[in-house]
Ligand binder design. Structure first.
Ligand code: GLN
Length: 455
């Protein structure tokens, strides 16, 4: 465990930025940031923030799973200590008092890491790569919607009003002027991201009304998962300051496409820095094919990490408003109708884009699960099916199309549970089962409309 008092760099950074307060952050299983605020001087003088480990098994509704196993192993909450990662220290650019936001790892007071922490799960997978001399590289792309503020959950969301005073009424795919409608918001977003050193690459208007996408520069998965959670927080805050909501729901509006979190993945040899997915003769390597084979075999079982909410599966339904959301795990060269797109690139740029995840997913778990599936493929030398040419919408190996089947698939996949951690996987399943149950207990207006007086 690192000792903050021995970290002169952190002390210096606090001094340079005149930090007076610290937000100590941890992502829970659902991707929600939990944490504590502390005075900076107390933090630097050995004040070690603590939280109970039960924060990890909270559902998005704030409740806990009614699950015997979880009650059994967690009869009382265990305290854990939050240890900062010096690579995940950011200023809070919108705070009035100079404030730091720091992502932490969690350790029990006895010293062992808390295996329920999604950041720990990703580190666990990355360690397996490192042990083989491999460094995984990722580049996330995150879509989101700007919408009018809305405090009535029974009322559908509406596209936002831009600088011109007009509401985005139809899809403005790729229109620069439509992005400019929100210039003041995006300028502030870029300023904040720059202050935080978030490596944003491009911003583009996506297919939906008020839907945008940002791309991140490629790099280390742990750092990029940190950046995605920080970005989501930053954008939500920026939008609020401009009188709008930014939402990362997978399918916020029935008649508009959903929002994804695509992850480009490649593999470096740690020693030489060479891309191991590039083979001889300008062809992708055997290892690349085995990585693809692993994704094809295991992604359906890992779907609960890519589509973690009931709402996530609405994004993946075929139809008018589905945009280019994938419905299978076929692969193809520059083919956007498959779950696994291999972009056209130079040999050094050989990579696969996993297009399954929604923007609502937890980036630590998306990266951990995707890399775990590829790892299993490389270990067992799994051959992928032949690539798809042309539209794959109606064919291919189907993915779970609802949260119930996704829960069952993960529950039945021992190799993934072994890789990600058994206690973690069981807790994740329990949390997601509890959310599914809570959702199922709500009687919707659709049911009242169509069933009340008819059946
Ligand atoms: N840029 C795209 O390919 C669109 C992706 C689509 N919005 C999805 O949800 O998957």
């Amino acid at each position: 465990m690192s000792n903050r008092q021995d970290d002169p760099a952190l002390n210096d950074w606090f001094k340079t930025h005149g930090i007076t307060e610290v937000e100590c952050l941890v992502s829970d299983l659902t991707g929600i940031l939990k944490g504590k605020i502390m005075p900076a001087n107390k933090y630097l003088n050995g004040g070690r923030p603590r939280l109970p480990d039960s924060i990890f098994i909270q559902t998005v509704t704030g409740g806990y799973p009614d699950d015997e196993d979880i009650r059994f192993w967690n009869p009382a909450e265990r305290d854990m200590e939050l240890v900062p990662d010096p690579r995940a220290v950011y200023p809070v650019p919108w705070a009035e008092d100079p404030t730091a936001q720091i992502i932490h790892d969690c350790y029990y007071l006895t010293g062992e890491p808390v295996e329920l922490s999604p950041r720990h799960v990703l580190k666990r997978v990355l360690d397996l790569y490192e042990a083989r001399g491999w460094q995984a590289v990722v580049a996330p792309e995150v879509e989101f919607y700007l919408v009018k503020t809305n405090t009535d959950s029974d009322y559908p969301l509406e596209p936002p009003i831009g600088r011109s005073g007009r509401q985005e009424s139809s899809r403005q795919s790729f229109s620069i002027d439509a992005v400019n409608e929100f210039d003041p918001l995006f300028e502030e977003m870029y300023d904040y991201c720059e202050a935080m050193d978030l490596d944003l690459d491009t911003l583009i208007h996506e297919e939906g009304a008020g839907q945008m996408e940002v791309n991140f520069q490629h790099g280390d998965p742990l750092m990029l998962a940190d950046q995605v959670v920080m970005f989501k927080r930053t954008l939500r805050e920026t939008a609020l300051r401009h009188g709008m909501y930014a939402t990362f729901m997978a399918k916020p509006m029935a008649n508009e496409p959903g929002s994804s979190m695509h992850i480009h993945q490649s593999l470096l040899d740690i020693e030489s820095g060479r891309n191991l997915f590039a083979g001889d003769d300008d062809q992708p390597s055997r290892l690349f094919h085995h990585f693809l084979g692993g994704l094809q075999q295991y992604l359906p079982a890992a779907m609960l990490f890519f589509a973690p909410n009931v709402n996530s599966y609405r994004r993946l339904m075929r139809g008018e408003s589905s945009g280019s959301a994938p419905v299978n795990v076929e692969w193809g060269l520059d083919n956007r109708t498959v779950g696994l797109r291999v972009p056209v690139s130079s040999p050094e740029g050989t990579r696969v884009e996993n297009r399954l995840a929604g923007a609502d997913a937890n980036p630590y778990l998306v990266m951990a699960a995707s890399l775990a599936c590829g790892y299993l493929g490389m270990l067992s030398q799994i051959e992928p099916r032949p690539p798809m040419v042309g539209s794959a919408w109606s064919g291919g190996d189907k993915l779970p199309d609802d949260i119930g089947p996704a829960l069952n698939r993960l529950h039945d996949c021992k190799p993934l549970a072994d890789l990600l951690g058994e206690r973690f996987t069981n807790s994740y399943l329990a949390v997601k089962r509890a959310e599914h149950k809570a959702y199922f207990q709500v009687i919707s207006s659709w049911e009242r409309e169509h069933l009340l007086l008819r059946v």
